[in-house]
Design a protein around this ligand. Structure first.
Ligand SMILES: [Zn+2]
Ligand SMILES: [Zn+2]
Ligand SMILES: [Zn+2]
Length: 235
């Protein structure tokens, strides 16, 4: 999605705009731009500061953040906040657009571009008499690498929000089994995870009701993911 020629052009424009607007510490900021253009990652200001340090310059995180914010202002960078996490910056190449698949397990970010989805969005907006100025599409899920690593059966406390699962067994003693059954849970039930915060409560949907479990009880429910068959293209 990017090229060397592209980056050379970005650098030239940066020099022109920053000189024209008399931005202070021009050389330092240019160095940060160069490091930023060298990475294709979606990096936080802190990560960027670390990359700059690898190149032999040590700037406070705040200075790096301020510089990258300036780059956003002039359209060289774009800020994203995936999954309400930290702000991550990526290149902004004029006339180019992509959307993101974000793995909620390992944090991997995959970029994709699909013209039919882009067109469909415009069509949908038009149906409402709405003119789209910009959009961000973020699809959250589990990447192929994480899917491959995952055991076919896991305990519910390991599941992620949004996962659809089938209950395959109840572990633990009679006491906890009875407790789960009194909540209306049965082996074979299909559930969806609404919330699962580390060390906190697990909220699940069973048919049309919401059930709240502690981590301890959730650990006793063994589930297997219900996967929609997404035949990956050969490779
Ligand atoms: Zn898009
Ligand atoms: Zn992953
Ligand atoms: Zn991206």
């Amino acid at each position: 999605m990017t090229s060397k020629a592209n980056h050379k052009q970005e650098k030239e424009q940066f020099i022109k705009l920053f000189e024209k607007d008399r931005i202070d510490r021009f050389e330092d900021r240019l160095m940060i731009l160069e490091v930023f253009l060298q990475t294709e990652r979606h990096a936080t200001a802190q990560e960027l500061a670390a990359l700059v340090r690898q190149e032999g310059r040590d700037f406070p995180d705040d200075f790096v953040r301020e510089t990258i914010e300036l780059m956003c202002h002039y359209g060289f960078a774009q800020a994203n906040r995936f999954n309400n996490g930290q702000i991550r910056y990526e290149h902004r190449h004029l006339g180019q657009h992509h959307d993101h698949l974000i793995c909620t397990k390992c944090g991997k970010i995959i970029e994709f571009e699909d013209q039919s989805i882009e067109r469909l969005q415009v069509q949908i907006a038009a149906m409402y008499g709405f003119h789209i100025l910009q959009h961000k599409m973020e699809l959250y899920g589990i990447c192929r690498g994480c899917l491959d690593q995952r055991a076919p059966v896991l305990s519910l406390d390991m599941a992620r929000a949004g996962e659809r699962l089938k209950i395959v067994a109840f572990a633990g003693g009679t006491q906890s089994k009875l407790r789960l059954m009194s909540m209306g849970l049965r082996v074979g039930d299909q559930i969806e995870v609404i919330t699962n915060i580390l060390q906190g409560q697990v909220v699940i949907a069973l048919d049309f009701s919401r059930l709240v479990l502690g981590q301890g009880l959730a650990r006793k429910i063994h589930v297997s993911p219900i996967t929609v068959d997404t035949e990956p293209s050969a490779g």
